[in-house]
Write a protein that binds this ligand. Structure first.
Ligand code: SAM
Length: 389
């Protein structure tokens, strides 16, 4: 497991091997006498790491092979050192060719089929390719003027192509992170920032707002900056997360509780953000391990758990109030399937006016917006329903 203090080099290798795992195994396969799944876990990890260093980090094959042989010995697997040497030298010279997009972009085959069916082959392949790129840190500034200070000190900030006021640096990452440590900037993926912005825009930034699945609090924090709320409440089912949320939001109203049975007054809220727990299929750039753990059944289970949360969120709305329902999943079952049947007394909120120009979104079958995993942000889906007055 990665620790906070692990160096950038270690992080890049661990996340890179997880990202490319299936493609690496495919490259190694012709040179192994047994299935890679049957190797000692340590030896398997060493082979994947060596192959990753050569094919993705440009480490010369003899250098990568020698260091992996040393690592094999350090892990107490000296008897496998000869095999590691032979396999890595041959795999470095050229592994098996990846014949299909799922192998080329190292995704599970079932997911590729599912995405091709849902979004078309070209979009599915684009999403898989984007998910293979490490996600750069994007920030928003707590006080807008504060971004000028580091600029003055030489760091060049780059604006996001469509998410307003999201910034990164190509070369000044340490300065950006220093800004974050000092509390002047908040790291948040542009897709997460976009959901907070859409929620604020749908409610015109006013009235009573509740964010029901709020921890760790990124969206609530941005909503607080952007809106002029009479009240803004953040909730989360986990008491431990709720405590951290309260610390982060510095005294904002935080409730610990199940969003399926919220301890809030029904019929009284102008905005309810439901950033629901989900399968996370939009977040493979940052969580590559997820794609190997996920199953089609887990997507169905997530959808099942979301249903009562949506019903409870709708109950909270005052006339004219809106639920903004978002997931970092791009799966139809977890998103538009919940909104295909029009709920009596509610109308869909078209999202065109709430998305900045240039956002690469597509409309879902229930009038929501979806962004597939992209080089400039995670994938996510959002729908909004307003209670009729
Ligand atoms: C996608 S995360 C929310 C991320 C958050 N909105 C942000 O932007 O930082 C989902 C959160 O929902 C919480 N959660 C899961 N089931 C819940 C439930 N039934 N009621 C309330 N919170 C729940 C989880 O603890 C998790 O913190």
């Amino acid at each position: 497991m990665l620790e906070r203090e692990d160096s950038p080099g270690v992080r890049a290798r661990v996340l890179g091997v997880l990202r490319w795992q299936r493609a690496l195994d495919h490259s190694l396969k012709p040179f192994l006498k047994q299935s890679i799944a049957r190797l000692d876990p340590e030896v398997r990890a060493v082979l994947r790491m060596g192959c990753f260093e050569v094919h993705h980090l440009g480490v010369p094959a003899p250098v990568a092979t020698d260091s992996m042989i040393r690592l094999t010995r350090r892990l107490g697997k000296s008897s496998a050192a000869g095999m590691v040497n032979a396999v890595l030298r041959r795999a470095a010279a050229g592994g098996a060719v990846a014949a299909t997009p799922d192998l080329r972009w190292s995704h599970p085959e079932w997911l590729w089929r599912r995405w091709s069916e849902s979004f078309g082959a070209a979009a599915a392949e684009g999403a898989m390719a984007a998910a293979q790129e490490p996600a750069p840190p994007w920030v928003w500034f707590v006080h807008d003027r504060s971004k000028s200070d580091p600029e003055a000190s030489g760091a060049i900030f780059e604006p996001h192509p469509w998410c307003p006021d999201a910034w990164t640096t190509a070369d000044g990452r340490p300065e950006l992170m220093e800004r974050v440590r000092q509390g002047g900037a908040v790291v948040q993926d542009p897709s997460s920032q976009m959901v907070a912005r859409i929620a604020v825009s749908v409610a015109d930034g006013r009235g009573r707002a509740a964010d029901l699945c709020a921890a760790p609090g990124g969206k609530t924090a941005l909503m607080r900056k952007l809106g002029r709320w009479d009240v803004l409440i953040a909730g989360d089912r986990s008491p431990a997360k709720a405590i951290r949320l309260r610390r982060r939001l510095g005294g904002a109203a935080v409730v610990a509780g199940d969003a399926g049975r919220p301890a809030l007054c029904p019929g009284a809220w102008d905005l309810v953000l439901l950033d629901a727990p989900c399968s996370g299929t939009g977040t493979f750039r940052r969580h590559p391990e997820l794609k190997w753990r996920l199953t089609p059944e887990a997507i169905a289970e997530a959808a099942e758990k979301q249903r009562p949360l949506i019903a409870a969120a709708l109950d909270l709305l005052a006339p004219g109030g809106a639920v903004v329902y978002a997931t970092c999943s791009v799966e139809p079952e977890e998103n538009e399937a919940h909104f295909r049947d029009r709920a009596a007394g509610f109308k869909r909120v078209p999202l065109d006016d709430h998305l900045p120009t240039g956002t690469p979104w597509t409309e879902t079958a229930a009038g929501g917006a979806r962004i597939l995993p992209h080089e400039h942000g995670d994938g996510f889906t959002v729908h909004a329903l307003r209670r009729r007055v």
